[in-house]
Design a protein around this ligand. Sequence first.
Ligand SMILES: Nc1ccn([C@@H]2O[C@H](COP(=O)(O)OP(=O)(O)OP(=O)(O)O)[C@@H](O)[C@H]2O)c(=O)n1
Ligand SMILES: C[C@](O)(CO)[C@H](O)COP(=O)(O)O
Length: 398
Amino acid sequence: MKDSVAAILVAAGRGERAGRSIEGPKQYRSIGGRAVLAHTLAAFRSHPRIDDIVIVIHADDTELCERALGPNIAGAFLVTGGAERQISVRCGLEFLATARPTPRIVLIHDAVRPFIDHETIDRVIVAAEDFGGAIPAMPIADTIKRASSDATIAETVPRRGLFGAQTPQGFHFEGIRDAHEKAARSGRSDFTDDASIAEWAGTTVMLVEGAVGNVKLTTRQDIAAADRTLKERQAMIDVRTGNGYDVHRLIAGAQVTLCGVTIPHDQTLDGHSDADVCLHALTDALLATCGAGDIGDHFPPSDPQWRGAASKIFVERAVAIVREKGGRIMNADISLICEAPKIAPHREAMRAAVAEMTGLSLDRVSVKATTNEALGFLGRREGIAAIATASVVFGETA
Ligand SMILES: Nc1ccn([C@@H]2O[C@H](COP(=O)(O)OP(=O)(O)OP(=O)(O)O)[C@@H](O)[C@H]2O)c(=O)n1
Ligand SMILES: C[C@](O)(CO)[C@H](O)COP(=O)(O)O
């Protein structure tokens, strides 16, 4: 079994160096059309190893945070932070200490590093599991000078072996919680990152490769540059469309399952799983958007475990695959071709079921039906066919 992983996003700072804005402190400023914090949250939320997310905010910022995150706030825990970053992190750790069970690994991340990528998170988790502590870091490329108070150079610091520390910084939960508690008891509040607290407490902390893009938005210029980067990326957004087709034979029976909804009928559909043609077509459409094969590759009809299975499982797996590949599903459209049963009375229930399994809002799901004008095998009521189309956006930042 894999270790449980929680993430603490510290977002309680005042952003003095970035200056004040009508939008509030820098974590609530909009970059590429979304709040900095919303980007950061999305990066962690879409990572398959993160079980729980705690967002540490300033006592005055609840409304700002709710506005910045909208419905995406659901499922994240909001905790009030303190006057220093170190105190805010401790508030997050103490909150997690009340969770049952407590996480095995905790990742502590600056909310103002919105460009964090999944590969960096992976490296930190793996090294933290193995060594107790790990941080992403990049070798320093500039020559380092120590300045005197009169702005002359006092010293050139040899840069060999010097790294710039990034976040998320990952630790065994109990170890970093004890280290923070010890630091607080010793009256130390001058640590600028969590690794330095762990080092001080005697924990080994590994360096793993960080990412050039994983910058901390500190100044007004950083925020403007982040906004430009995202807008450039958005201009190159990769929208993909996938389609799927399926047909199943009608045999004697009492009901059919379409889009996961049971509809009384004088026939039933025969075939793979519960023979829900709509969800089979939709699964194929979703997989097609990222070249991930088709339903038969993932759920072979020859495998007895799928006999009679609810096809919702297939759609949910396809949704997970799309998300793992960095896609955001934009809409799903299903057309049924059948003479009977009548779809109109069940259409809203079918749309709601598809919306739920894809995570789409209702206005992004369409279900419609047409007859085959009594022509051919569909017209003779020998089967029901469905065509599905899905659109997915790739290449966005988190
Ligand atoms: N009391 C604090 C101070 C900082 N942070 C968080 O720690 C991260 C890194 O800190 P920094 O970039 O220094 O943010 P601020 O403290 O807001 O900036 P400044 O020092 O310019 O005021 C940010 O996500 C910030 O919100 C926090 O949670 N609680
Ligand atoms: C944690 C950190 O981002 C690692 O580089 C950095 O130390 C935060 O410093 P700040 O002064 O709170 O911005």
